[in-house]
Design a protein around this ligand. Structure first.
Ligand code: AQP
Length: 366
């Protein structure tokens, strides 16, 4: 939807408010315009950095939401691999293209369907970067400096504090708004960045009369998956914190075996640490009832963690097997994967160019 089509309806409305009756045809057009707007699908954008194989946190916090919206006919979905966001932390240039394809394979394996979703690589749509520069004019340096996500990275990698890290939320705002996305399936760790995108929306709309929607998180049940280490979130860059979608049963068992636990009994069920992580995974993979049974056991007879971990590993593995089978199918046909990416880029570029042209015009850039 471009500004002019949106504004036609609003202009009609405005004229009524100002006591200037629009002609019959104009009023007619106003109603018709509203109808068209209502008929238009809502847009969705999400992306994952190409910094390693996907883990359960990415799957439950982001991919599950991406799948739900892809399968909802009210939404038009755009899913990218955020390779440009991957280079704001140390990376291996020779590996980047391969890692980008690994994420694409994980998407396809998990059920992201090129017939339903536009799948593409962020850097192939250079309009994202141009739009982010235009957006950077409405966000102060102090605002991004004080973001918890930025401060966390500075703490983790003090030797690698570059401009791109500071710029991350501005580029993310462009990733989302270039498709005028209403819904963004991401985990809670991305909320501070999403807030910047919402702020950009308000500022660009009020300053330049644009019509960006305020994007909102599409929240899944697994919006915050804790680390296997018992502290912080499950994260690709924290060794020992994650279970990958490609892990076999033996590996999952070994990883769960290392989750720190206690004596299995007490007056209060832990809400932090390894036990809380295990219970949260039980809730997500075996259901709330099973989790409540374990909680009761903790307060009474006690939990046998060895049994809990064995059963949990099996249930997690069961959910991952079909994903792993689908992955090996796509791995054997990388030409097909490349074709999907070419088609996805063409479609994404078309939408991106339209939005960028609108913004350039509104900002007075010829
Ligand atoms: N633990 C998590 N729980 C719920 N959602 C999560 N996500 C990541 N970790 C969890 C969501 O997965 C999507 C992709 O994340 P990303 O790879 O783009 O970057 P990230 O958030 O920084 O993920 P990682 O695994 O922690 O990567 P590294 O270690 O490279 O920084 C996002 O929607 C995110 O919310």
């Amino acid at each position: 939807m471009n500004k002019s089509s949106m504004a036609q309806g609003d202009e009609g409305e405005e004229r009524w408010h100002h006591g200037i009756n629009p002609s019959f045809q104009e009023a007619d057009f106003f109603i018709f315009g509203k109808l068209i707007n209502n008929m238009q699908k809502k847009r969705v954008l999400s992306g994952i950095r190409a910094t390693g194989r996907l883990h359960l946190g990415n799957y439950l916090g982001a991919v599950k939401g991406m799948l739900a919206l892809q399968n909802d006919p009210d939404y038009e979905t755009y899913y990218m691999v955020a390779d440009l966001h991957s280079i704001n932390t140390p990376y291996e240039p020779k590996e980047l293209a391969k890692q980008t394809r690994e994420v694409i394979l994980d998407y396809l394996a998990a059920g992201i369907d090129p017939q339903k979703s536009t799948i593409f690589i962020q850097s192939q749509i250079s309009e994202h970067v141009e739009l982010s520069y235009l957006f950077s004019t409405v966000i102060s340096v102090a605002r991004t400096f004080h973001l918890p996500t930025y401060k966390e990275k500075v703490k983790l990698q003090p030797e690698n504090v570059n401009m791109a890290l500071l710029y991350y939320p501005i580029l993310m705002a462009a990733d989302i708004l270039i498709y005028k996305a209403n819904a963004v399936p991401v985990g809670d760790d991305q909320l501070p960045h999403l807030e910047i995108a919402r702020e950009v929306t308000r500022k660009m709309n009020s300053k330049y009369g644009l019509d960006f929607p305020e994007p909102e998180q599409f929240k899944t049940k697994g919006h915050k998956i804790p680390s296997l280490l018992g502290e912080g979130k499950m994260s690709k860059s924290v060794e020992g914190s994650y279970i990958n979608l490609t892990d076999d049963l033996k590996t999952i068992k070994e990883k769960l075996a290392k989750v720190p636990t206690d004596e299995g009994k007490g007056d209060k069920v832990p809400t932090r640490g390894g036990v809380a992580t295990l219970l949260s995974l039980v809730d997500l993979f075996e259901g709330e009832k099973r989790k409540e049974e374990y909680e009761k056991a903790y307060l009474n007879s006690g939990i046998h963690y060895k049994d809990l971990k064995e059963k949990l590993a099996e249930v997690i593995h069961e959910e991952l097997v079909p994903i792993q089978k689908k992955r090996s199918f796509f791995e054997k046909d990388m030409n097909k994967v490349d074709r999907i990416l070419v088609e996805g880029a063409e479609k994404a570029r078309k939408t991106a160019k339209t939005t960028l042209a609108e913004v350039r015009k509104a900002m007075g850039i010829a």
